[in-house]
Design a protein around this ligand. Structure first.
Ligand SMILES: Cc1ncc(C[n+]2csc(CCOP(=O)(O)OP(=O)(O)O)c2C)c(N)n1
Ligand code: SF4
Length: 290
């Protein structure tokens, strides 16, 4: 990707949560590059379509590679890239619409394969780029341009979905906690396997949830976002599920599977222990003839 692409003049609205995510990613990538003594080009950012996906054009400082793909298909692109270049650090950036609506069917396969990539989901509970349609994480009964009577579908609980689909590393954060978010993204990238950092990243234009998430003491509003209790053991799947199903938005490391063998290592191990039956094209075609 090019630094501050002058042809692509997209701008986020003032106060958009994605600003914090952008800075957190820059910090995480810079830290990783120093720690591993490797160039920043060792990372490729795969972006979905949405205000969130535009993050790939707005990165400042040393530039990773970037691919701005098609709506909902970040994971197939990341799979192709990582399969061919397991040495690359692949970071997906996606919105709740891009990842959990049109892109949802791709989460399970990559989780079960344990593809060694990290996904940062910027959840603003709305389709921002297309001007405010309901997304899977829009609250029940909220009126949007596509839910004139109020949203009739229940709100999706992404953390619960990730656990159910077998995602091995799940953290939940807020875009306003830039430092902690940067550290979490860095840790997720270090995890050998499929990791998701789900970020509450409010859309100030179409679904401003800052007050709801942070609460308002003066108005007696309890914060929806609450840190996960320190006593939580992230390797305890059932405990993670109980937290994910709760009413609040948990903040912190929810789940980390202890036995994580990433996809490329699984393949290498399988190659070592098995002698695959190799067929010629003619033999394969003959086997399919009725
Ligand atoms: C196949 C296809 N369908 C629909 C669209 C229109 N579209 C572009 S972005 C988007 C939703 C974006 O929402 P989200 O992923 O939540 O990102 P945000 O803009 O809120 O960051 C839609 C429906 C598209 N570009 N391609
Ligand atoms: S529309 Fe919402 S998500 Fe998009 S840039 Fe503006 S505040 Fe951010």
């Amino acid at each position: 990707m090019s630094k501050r692409n002058p042809v692509y003049d997209f701008k986020w609205c003032p106060g958009c949560g994605d600003f914090g995510v952008k800075v957190a990613i820059e910090q995480a990538l810079a830290k990783r590059a120093v720690e591993r003594n490797e160039p920043i080009e060792k990372t490729a950012v795969v972006a979905g379509i949405g205000c969130s996906g535009n993050l790939v054009h707005l990165q400042e400082g040393p530039q990773p590679f970037g691919i701005h793909g098609i709506h909902g298909r970040t994971l197939p692109i990341a799979y192709g890239l990582k399969s061919n270049r397991p040495d690359m650090n692949v970071l997906v950036v996606s919105g709740d619409g891009d990842f959990l609506s049109i892109g949802a069917e791709h989460i399970g396969p990559q989780a079960r394969r344990n593809l060694d990539i990290t996904v940062v989901v910027m959840d603003n509970g709305i389709y921002g780029l297309t001007k405010g349609q309901a997304s899977p994480t829009t609250e029940f009964e909220v009126v949007t341009s596509t839910t004139r009577y109020g949203k009739l579908d229940d709100r999706m609980k992404p953390l619960e979905v990730y656990l159910g689909l077998g995602v091995g590393y799940i953290a939940s954060e807020m875009s306003s906690r830039v430092k902690q978010l940067g550290e979490t993204i860095k840790e997720a990238m270090d995890h050998p396997g499929f990791s998701i950092v789900h970020v509450q990243s409010p859309c100030t234009t179409y679904n401003d949830t800052y007050a709801l998430l942070k609460g308002d003491e003066k108005k007696g509003i309890e914060p929806l976002a609450k840190p996960i209790d320190e006593s939580h053991d992230p390797s305890d799947f059932m405990a993670a599920l109980t937290i994910a199903r709760g009413k609040s938005v948990p903040i912190g490391l929810l789940y980390k599977r202890p036995d994580s063998v990433p996809a490329h290592e699984r393949l290498a191990r399988a190659k070592e222990r098995t002698q695959p039956r190799v067929s010629t094209v003619e033999q394969l075609l003959a086997s399919m003839t009725i």
